[in-house]
Ligand binder design. Structure first.
Ligand SMILES: C[S@@+](CC[C@H](N)C(=O)[O-])C[C@H]1O[C@@H](n2cnc3c(N)ncnc32)[C@H](O)[C@@H]1O
Length: 304
């Protein structure tokens, strides 16, 4: 302390705080104390700066941790850690060749269903090889207008060509509710085609006819074997897609159907069904294309 006082006194003399006439007037005790305090304050400036910096960094780190935790909570059900993901070799093709059969409002619904397929596949445990074929016309226009980010979609094959030009014929299986064949196991070597169509049953049987014309395999989902529903067995594109994803994850059609089918389909397990509800052919086609089907987070993710 003695040294410091000496320095302080000297510096006080230099800085002119002493008597200007004599230049060496001794400082009062109070002045000396004040000076020492000031000097200490100056000396510790760097230290304080350093501590402020550290506190700021700590707060930043804390904020980041909280954000990460929140994101983790919010997404845990939707997004899995990447390490669990095991992509499937199975190909799922959305056949968009029915564009000119749809009114623009139905094209918009189909667009949302396709967005949903893409988003679900991105977060699936066993994502499939997703294809969009015959993309053009009103659907492409809707995508360009409403969701420009589609050009950056990952892990998807998008073609203007018909699916029969993209996949070998003997590998194709058209999924259609009108087929007399019922799907059993999924064959990883096959490409399963879903009709990209929202038609309110105006074009009943069209995909079945197309598959027969082309001479490719076809099959319906084994809905009747596992669930009884109080509406028709014609499902929306994204529901068929999600059922396949759920089947790949759970290995059970029944679980897959119950995970995906909306409540309003009134699905009950076949074994539990006592009432045997009638299938009602007048029921509206399952569209699943209301805005609520794509929440904000999904839409953001799609645009990413
Ligand atoms: C809304 S439906 C289109 C219905 C259309 N009238 C047709 O003939 O396929 C959309 C697509 O989902 C698939 N799909 C719907 N329900 C199905 C089921 N029960 N089994 C297999 N595929 C189904 C078909 O590929 C169908 O083309």
């Amino acid at each position: 302390m003695a040294d410091v006082s000496g320095e302080a006194a000297a510096s006080a003399g230099q800085s002119g705080t002493g008597d200007s006439a004599s230049g060496n007037q001794t400082l009062s005790k109070r002045q000396m104390k004040k000076l020492l305090k000031q000097q200490k304050w100056e000396e510790e400036r760097e230290l304080r700066k350093q501590k402020r910096k550290e506190r700021k960094q700590q707060r930043k780190q804390q904020r980041q941790n909280t954000q990460q935790e929140n994101r983790g909570d919010g997404q845990s059900a939707r997004k899995r850690p990447r390490r669990e993901v095991a992509p499937s070799a199975l190909r799922l093709v959305v056949d968009c060749s029915f564009d000119d059969l749809m009114l623009i409002k139905d094209v918009r619904k189909l667009h949302k269903q396709i967005q949903r397929c893409y988003a679900e596949n991105r977060r699936a445990l066993h994502p499939v090889q997703l294809y969009l074929t015959s993309l053009g016309g009103q659907l492409k226009q809707s995508m360009d207008e409403k969701d420009k980010g589609w050009v950056n979609w990952k892990d998807i094959t998008i073609k203007e060509e018909h699916y029969s030009k993209v996949v070998a014929k003997d590998e194709l299986v058209y999924l259609t509710s009108d087929s007399p064949n019922v799907l059993g196991e999924l064959d990883q070597k096959k490409a399963y085609v879903i009709g990209g169509l929202v038609d309110h049953n105006h074009h009943k049987g069209i995909t079945y006819e197309r598959a027969k014309e082309l001479g490719i395999e076809h099959a319906q989902l084994p809905l009747s074997s596992f669930v009884k529903m109080n509406s028709r067995k014609v499902l929306a594109v994204n529901h068929v897609f999600e059922i396949i994803l759920a089947y790949l994850e759970k290995g059970s059609w029944q679980e897959a159907f119950f995970t995906v089918l909306p409540q309003r389909k009134g699905a009950v397990a076949v074994s539990q069904d006592q009432t045997n509800p009638q299938e009602n052919d007048d029921n509206e086609e399952e569209e699943s294309s209301s805005d609520s089907d794509l929440d904000a987070a999904e839409q953001t993710e799609i645009r990413d």
